[in-house]
Design a protein around this ligand. Structure first.
Ligand code: AHM
Ligand code: MG
Length: 337
């Protein structure tokens, strides 16, 4: 790709701002700051054992999970990058119990930023793809934010994205006008539009689920996966392939690249907790992206984006990706198999 003819993230966003009144200047600037923070996280990830970010931090987050040094560092990078720009009323993150208000020494804006700073923590130390997931909402009461201000259904997101730190670092973004992917040119430090208008095929022969939990699944998921595994001689009359990276960003990125269905269902072990993944900063942004790329996302019964959140760290079952497969597994739940 010739250097002069490249479309950078900045150019893409300015074009969106001109063509599409839904992208106000302050939202554009906010997205650019998040993208800049992701470059710094990517730098630390790429240093691996040469840097100082591998290993555990010796602390736990609000969900009782052991924090890795890179979880803590990525959270700090996102807070530091975004607190002074004047576009935000508050931030919230997987790694913080409650919201982070913008310090009074800085101007406040009218957006809320919520993120999983380092998704796929179990893969950090083993050099497998990990990422950052983010979602932007409007603060309903101007620049005064409380925890309740964040509790809006995913349909109200004005932007969402993720960065995947893999063999390449790629930022995937939606502002409600399709999905575009930008590869980080490490030498120039710029995000280059390399995956315009990403689309998820409606049909697929590939699925992603942590099958070690199979004995705990509820009947609709068991039936659906058993049918996939039965292959050509089973009811689906086709062979299906399975992939599970255990980093949602990497699994979703594969689905955006070539289709597939991703599942993290609720199971019998924790009837009070519907699934492992978090609604506000994992399921909602990913569902917004997947729907914008022509896919679907449900919790087995309901469109994820329509769920009214009750708390910041609420969990949700997730079925997302190629539309016809998501609709099928959702139908199995509705039929109560
Ligand atoms: P994390 O945010 O603490 O890293 O946890 C979320 C991750 C997802 O990225 C991934 O899909 C899932 O947990 C993997 O779970 P499991 O280890 O049960 O396969
Ligand atoms: Mg996560």
């Amino acid at each position: 790709m010739s250097l002069q003819r490249r479309t950078t993230l900045t150019k893409y966003l300015i074009e969106q701002q001109r063509e599409n009144n839904n992208l106000p200047a302050d939202l554009r600037l906010l997205i650019e700051v998040v993208a800049r923070a992701c470059k710094l996280i990517s730098y630390h990830v790429s240093k691996g054992a040469l840097g100082e970010a591998l290993g555990t931090a010796g602390t736990e987050n609000v969900q009782g999970e052991v924090q890795k040094k890179l979880d803590v560092l990525s959270n700090e990078i996102l807070l530091d990058a975004n607190e002074w720009g004047g576009n935000l009323a508050a931030m919230a993150s997987e790694e913080m119990e409650t919201l982070f208000p913008i310090p009074s020494k800085y101007p406040r804006g009218e957006y809320l930023l919520v993120f999983d700073p380092l998704d796929g923590s179990s893969n950090i130390d083993v050099n497998v793809s990990i990422g950052t997931i983010f979602s932007v909402l409007r603060c309903p009461n101007g620049s005064e934010a409380t925890e309740d201000s964040f509790l809006q259904p995913g349909t109200r997101q004005v932007a969402a994205g993720y960065a995947v730190y893999g063999p390449q670092t790629v930022l995937v973004l939606t502002t409600g006008n399709g999905v575009n992917g930008f590869t980080l040119d490490r030498e120039l430090g710029s995000w280059v539009l390399t995956h315009p208008n990403m689309r998820i095929p409606e049909d697929t022969r590939e699925y992603a689920i942590n099958a070690s939990n199979a004995r705990h699944w509820y009947p609709p998921v068991q039936q659906y996966v058993n049918e996939l595994m039965a292959g050509k001689t089973g009811p689906r009359q086709a062979d299906f392939n399975m992939r599970w990276v255990a980093s949602m960003v990497a699994d979703v990125h594969r689905i955006l690249s070539r289709g597939g269905i991703f599942m993290y269902p609720a199971d019998r072990r924790t009837p009070d907790k519907p699934g492992k993944l978090r609604l506000m900063y994992e399921a909602n942004p990913m569902s917004f992206i997947v729907e914008q790329a022509g896919g679907a996302a449900t919790n087995g019964r309901q469109r994820i984006l329509e769920i009214e959140p009750k708390s910041l760290h609420e969990r949700v079952a997730v079925f997302l990706g190629s539309k016809n497969e998501v609709e099928r597994v959702t139908r199995y739940h509705e039929e109560g198999t």
